[in-house]
Each structure stands twice: as C-alpha cells, then as structure tokens.
Design a protein around this ligand. Structure first.
Ligand SMILES: [Zn+2]
Length: 277
C-alpha cells in the first residue's frame, strides 16, 4: 500500500471508501470488511473533495476516508442494513487482520486530523489543502498542519514465570494488559519506560528489550513495545491511571488483549519464546 494524503474532487474508478460517523466506523459483518466499493454506496457528492489516504498498486484501488453526518443515508440500494452498521472502532480493531489493522488505524487518525484542521490554529483563517505537502495550509507564517503522531511506550514486566499486568476502569471485566504511557518532551523511550512503570505501579525494572511498534488511533499514538525485567519494589498504584495491578502466573492469566494489539502480542510472545527451556 502506497501511503498518500491528497484531496480528490472526484473518486478514482476503483475507489474504496471508509466511512465514519460520530466516532464509529461503517462495518459489514457479513462481508467482514470496513472498506466499501463506491458503486455500492449512495451518493457522497456532498462530501467532495474527498481525502485519499492510500493506493494499492496491485489492485489499482484508492482508499478514501469520509466523515458523514448522522442524518446522512449512505447505504446503496443493494446493501443489507441487517449486516452493515456503524460500529465501535475498538471492536473492529480487535478482530481485523494485521494489514487491515494498519489501514484502519491510519484511516481513524486521518479522519480526525482532517476535521480538526479545517482552520489555521495560528490565525483562525480557513485552511487550504496544500497538495505538495499533503496537509492543510494557511497564507500566514504557520507551517502546514501535518498529522501529529504521539510516541508512547508499552511494556511487559516479567519475573520468570509471572507477569505484572494492570487494568484500567475502561477495560472489559477481568481484562488485564501491559502498562503504557506517553513519552514526555525531552525523554527517550527507555527513560519514559522507567518513569511510567514507577509512576503506575511503583516497581523498578531492568534489562529493557525492544519488541516492535504499532500505530494506535486513540487518538494518534505510536506504541513502542518493550519487554523489561522486574528488579524490586512492591506494587503500589501511584497515579489514577490503573484500577488494579497484579502479578499473574503465566499458567493462570486473566483475559488479555487480542493478538491484533501489541499488548496481546507482547504477552503471547513472552510466553511462547521466553519460557523455552
Ligand atoms: Zn494562519
């Protein structure tokens, strides 16, 4: 997938459209997809120019993101209203394939970015899309409003056969996950990891090992995943972020995040790779 950010006055012939409304995404439960052929949708003329976010060279498909009004009727006459509905984005992210996860995250971030940058943040004038920069721009001296990505650390704290996991009050019942937090201005990722772990659960860690990264669109993070080893300290919840944090034996884990999320991948990877004899 070639990543692009352009406004098009009309759809390209093989347009695939990703539709958002009130913070939800249109999803077809029967076809298991969140991208819709333009020919199957009702007219979207009122939303031109359209934001194009990617191009699939093999299939010659262009992917568009549109935020529609709650009152709009976007369903074409052949769409089945029993299987197609606006659905919670986190729910869809929890079961899509890895390639779909990337595109869905990008679409979610850029949909919010387009809405938030209709006007210049410096002088308040209506922004004009700059096709060279691929971003809303203004005649004043403010730079183009490029999408902003916020780096975060996410880490699995391990101590041989046990894992330290926490849960926020927003999680489903009995779900626990790895710890995460935003990187502060001036910090590197390792410093942020030590600070966040101390702030959230009051323990010291060592032996930080990079695992991988993942885009996360709530609102626009880049999660940098690490393993780290427990060193010392008893669990004390030092800030308001977690409702509960506990050690779990790897044989008696609670509900953990799905494999589509980097938190789920960290936990499963540790169990499968790090416990081999
Ligand atoms: Zn301006």
């Amino acid at each position: 997938m070639e990543l692009i950010r352009q406004l098009h006055d009309t759809f390209k012939p093989l347009a695939k459209v990703i539709l958002f409304c009130d913070g939800k995404i249109l999803y077809d439960h029967a076809a298991k997809t969140y991208t819709f052929d333009i020919k199957n949708l009702d007219s979207l003329d009122a939303y031109s120019p359209y934001l194009c976010i990617g191009h699939d060279k093999e299939l010659s498909e262009d992917f568009y993101v549109i935020n529609v009004e709650a009152t709009a009727n976007v369903f074409g006459i052949f769409m089945d209203p029993n299987s197609v509905e606006f659905t919670d984005i986190r729910t869809v992210l929890s079961f899509v394939a890895a390639d779909d996860f990337h595109l869905l995250s990008r679409a979610t971030i850029l949909n919010k970015w387009k809405s938030a940058n209709a006007y210049c943040s410096s002088c308040g004038e209506k922004a004009v899309f700059n096709p060279v920069e691929g971003a809303p721009d203004c005649k004043c001296s403010a730079p183009p409003a490029y999408p902003v990505i916020s780096p975060c650390i996410i880490t699995l704290i391990h101590d041989k056969n046990r894992l330290l996991l926490g849960r926020s009050k927003f999680f489903p019942a009995n779900m626990f996950s790895t710890l995460a937090g935003f990187i502060e201005a001036g910090e590197n990722a390792e410093e942020a990891l030590h600070r966040e772990v101390m702030e959230e659960v009051n323990v010291k860690v060592s032996n930080i090992q990079y695992f991988g990264s993942q885009s996360w669109p709530f609102p626009s993070q880049l999660m940098l995943g690490y393993f780290c080893k427990y060193e010392s300290g008893d669990i004390i919840l030092n800030d308001e972020e977690l409702e509960e944090a506990r050690w779990f034996d790897v044989d008696k884990l609670p509900t953990i995040p799905p494999d589509t999320s980097i938190s789920g991948q960290l936990i499963r990877s540790y169990i499968s790779d790090h416990l081999k004899p």
